[in-house]
Ligand binder design. Structure first.
Ligand code: FES
Length: 76
C-alpha cells in the first residue's frame, strides 16, 4: 500500500493523494481518499467549498510561499 502524500501546488492548493482520511474538527470522517486518488485542499482561504479547492486561488491572485519550509532539527 502506498503512503499518503501532500504536494504544494505553486500558488494553489495542497494536492492530497491517498490512501488518506479527512476528518472534521470533531474527528468525524468526512471523506476517504482511496489509493491512486487525490483531492485538492484549499490553502488560499478563498474557496466557497472549504476545505476543498474550488479554483478561487486563481481569481484572487493567491501567492503562496514558494517552497515548503523544512522542519528544523529537534522540532516535533
Ligand atoms: S487554494 Fe484553490 S481555492 Fe483556495
Amino acid at each position: 500500500m502506498a503512503d499518503a502524500s501532500i504536494k504544494c501546488i505553486p500558488n494553489g492548493p495542497y494536492r492530497v493523494s491517498g490512501p488518506a482520511t479527512i476528518t472534521d474538527s470533531q474527528g468525524q470522517v468526512v471523506r476517504t481518499i482511496e489509493e491512486g486518488k487525490a483531492v485538492s485542499m484549499c490553502r488560499c482561504g478563498g474557496s466557497t467549498n472549504k476545505p476543498y479547492c474550488d479554483g478561487t486561488h486563481s481569481r484572487i491572485g493567491f501567492e503562496a510561499a514558494e517552497a515548503a519550509v523544512r522542519k528544523a532539527e529537534g522540532q516535533p
